[in-house]
Design a protein around this ligand. Structure first.
Ligand SMILES: [Zn+2]
Length: 302
């Protein structure tokens, strides 16, 4: 399978930056940001090369869903299989593309079901050079949260970058089934900032912005889908918003039985800021309801 890409070749030599979106088919901020970059970067003289992929998992996009027709989550399928199912093939094509890059940015958001605080994340990889370059990319992206997490998780685009020793970040920005315009702008600016930081574009001084840097090497850190699992099927009503600071024991929301109306409070087991919140109300047992960043510093409003 070949991914549909646009390659912008600069006039002078320089690094190869890969920017992807649509690893999940229902995350629109990144898809629109890459579409805009496809149009706008052509007019800008760049050094090096930029490869843009607006929709990595076409099958998932066609399904209007996070996952492809085969039910697989591409971000759990890398390095994939060129002879496998649609998502396995797309994962394989993505992995091969990552192996050709010097720098990699993967754009995500909360999709239909989640709201996510704006953040740039990376894996705490063993190579000091790759880690430092990933940190520089994440900080340059200029979102309010920079989040380094374990490099022990497999299947992700970040895992493929880790294995290929390519400095890489992923970006999250809101979601809830929308295409948040602030998110689109922030992603475009962030990609341009990364290009400037690594010499692909003329350096522009980004507006100073409050930024919290949090690194957490614990196993499973950064695995959002296992945090605060719903104890049963039901309807989840949120009592907090993304970015809000909560203490251990604070109520995150109420989970009610759709047929009896009987509700139970879902409380936070941690103290920190809510960075991911399930905002699509119908949930199944085990679905992640929230992610709380265990950090005593309050996050800037988003
Ligand atoms: Zn995603």
């Amino acid at each position: 399978m070949l991914l549909k890409t646009k390659v912008i070749q600069g006039e002078q030599a320089g690094p190869h930056l890969l920017i992807t979106a649509g690893v999940h088919g229902d995350e629109f901020e990144g898809i629109v940001a890459v579409q805009r970059l496809m149009r706008e970067l052509v007019a800008t003289a760049t050094r090096g090369k930029v490869t843009l992929v607006p929709v990595v998992n076409e099958s998932a996009f066609g399904q209007k869903n996070r996952c492809g027709k085969d039910g697989l989550d591409l971000a759990r399928t890398c390095p994939g299989n060129p002879q496998g199912s649609v998502t396995e093939q797309a994962a394989s094509a993505l992995t091969q593309l990552i192996e050709t890059a010097d720098l990699y940015v993967d754009l995500h958001s909360g999709g239909v079901t989640m709201d996510v605080y704006p953040l740039a994340g990376y894996m705490l990889v063993e190579s000091p050079q790759v880690l430092e370059a990933s940190r520089r990319m994440a900080r340059a992206f200029a979102l309010p949260l920079v989040w380094g997490t374990t490099d022990k998780l497999d299947g992700r685009s970040m895992s493929a970058a880790r294995d290929a020793q390519v400095p890489a970040i992923y970006v999250e920005y809101r979601g809830e089934g929308r295409c948040n315009q602030h998110g689109v702008e922030a992603m475009i600016n962030g990609c341009r900032n990364v290009m400037a930081e690594f010499g692909l574009l003329e350096k522009v001084v980004p507006e100073p912005r409050q930024q919290i840097v949090h690194e957490d090497p614990r196993p499973e850190s950064g695995h959002m889908q296992i945090c605060c699992p719903a104890p049963k099927d039901g309807v989840f009503e949120t009592a907090v918003t993304v970015g809000q600071f909560v203490k251990q024991g604070d109520v995150l929301g109420t989970l009610s039985d759709p047929f009896t109306g009987e509700g139970q409070e879902v409380v936070s087991s941690q103290t920190g800021s809510v960075i991911v919140l399930r905002t699509y109300p119908q949930v199944g047992q085990g679905d992640a309801l929230a992610v709380v960043l265990e950090d005593e510093r309050e996050l800037p409003p988003c």
